[in-house]
Design a protein. Structure first.
Length: 378
């Protein structure tokens, strides 16, 4: 095959894939740190909202665990009956995949995404049923707990001490158009458990001694929050063209030998960088007045301690010798693609500083011509 024919063939395949994606249903996943956070409740709330807006939505499979608040929300939502099958002498119910495909609603609710189907079903796993439903052009709203994610299997077992047998591959979350984290604090979840809103009251004490312990809930909550954050990052990377993406934040903390101010600037910039999940640098510009033979020993000691603090908090440390402080700051800002410069609050009031302090005035003048932000930390 010639290069031209290969290019043409590739172009056709790309277009077919595009057409398939446009016909495919949308996938929304409610994710939570454990049972009882309210995933099913939220799915049913959304179903009622969609019905009010004229959307053809059906329940393909729901598991309320007979929780009164959740069960009450079933009223008024159309339901596709489950199929009944016999397995090892027992009559069991499964989601009826074929009936969903035949009925072809706009949206279908499918609970318990990590569920393993009964032997003899078309697919071994419910997430595979969901893939079939999406391929048929039906949108799906579903729910899963964080512990069922394949890549987190060992980590969750270490936290909970419980082997997780029903798992979904990470690619299922990657397929999702939207992921919603149903978040509760550990105290709120334990209160729900004690009130009998998760399990029957006879099971509460045992649950509190095992899975529903504060430290375990906190660790699972962190995993859930991180996973949703990662999904959002992936979505941004895939969907937003590079030329219109927001610049990634990058902070520059500018410190001097004034150890109290420097410590504040370092700590507050560390918090900002943590909030934005961004890299950050600490810059100390050593003027000739602050050379090691001129600066007092106690100032040297404090300066070294602040360098150590910055490193411990995750900063990249830069030390530059220069008497043109403003120019050095702007040079580093440009070279390292800094978005935000953080400095300490001057000892004079701001009006006096702008009028009298040459370094600050120069810095303001230079920043005014760029897209860099300046933050004054008190």
């Amino acid at each position: 095959m010639s290069q031209r024919e290969e290019t043409k063939d590739s172009s056709v395949k790309d277009f077919i894939e595009l057409v398939k994606r446009s016909r495919r249903g949308k996938l929304k996943i409610y994710i939570g740190m454990s049972a009882g956070v309210g995933k099913t409740y939220r799915m049913l709330q959304e179903a009622h909202a969609l019905l009010k807006n004229g959307i053809d939505i059906q329940i393909g499979y729901i598991e309320t665990h007979m929780r009164a608040e959740t069960h009450a929300l079933l009223n008024g939502i159309p339901l596709i009956p489950r199929r009944t099958t016999f397995y090892k002498g027992k009559e069991l119910e499964e989601m009826d995949l074929q009936s969903i495909l035949n009925r072809h609603p706009e949206v279908v609710i499918v609970d318990e995404l990590a569920h393993t189907n009964i032997e003899g079903s078309k697919n071994a796993k419910r997430w595979q049923d969901v893939t079939d439903i999406l391929d048929a052009g039906i949108s799906v709203i579903t729910a899963v707990n964080i512990q069922h994610l394949e890549s987190l299997n060992e980590e969750v077992e270490n936290i909970t001490g419980i082997a997780i047998t029903e798992r979904i591959p990470d690619k299922v979350l990657e397929m999702a158009d939207e992921i919603v984290n149903i978040d509760l604090t550990a105290d709120e979840l334990i209160e729900r458990l004690k009130a009998g809103k998760i399990y029957d009251k006879a099971k509460v004490e045992r649950a509190l001694e095992n899975f529903f312990r504060n430290e375990k809930i906190l660790q699972l909550r962190e995993l859930a929050l991180k996973e949703v954050a990662h999904h959002l990052e992936r979505k941004i990377d895939i969907e937003i063209p590079k030329q219109i993406k927001l610049r990634p934040e990058k902070f520059l903390a500018c410190i001097s030998s004034n150890h109290e101010t420097a410590k504040v600037v370092i700590r507050k910039t560390a918090r900002l960088a943590s909030y934005y999940r961004s890299p950050w640098l600490v810059l100390y510009v050593q003027s000739s007045n602050e050379s090691m033979d001129k600066i007092k020993l106690d100032k040297q000691r404090h300066l070294i301690n602040n360098f150590k603090l910055a490193t411990e908090l995750g900063a990249e440390l830069l030390k530059v010798k220069s008497d043109n402080i403003a120019q050095t700051i702007m040079k580093i800002t440009e070279e390292r693609e800094i978005t935000t410069i953080c400095i300490g609050k001057p000892h004079l009031n701001l009006f006096q500083v702008i009028l009298r302090t040459a370094i600050f005035n120069q810095l303001l003048t230079k920043i005014a011509t760029t897209e860099t932000d300046l933050v004054i930390l008190s």
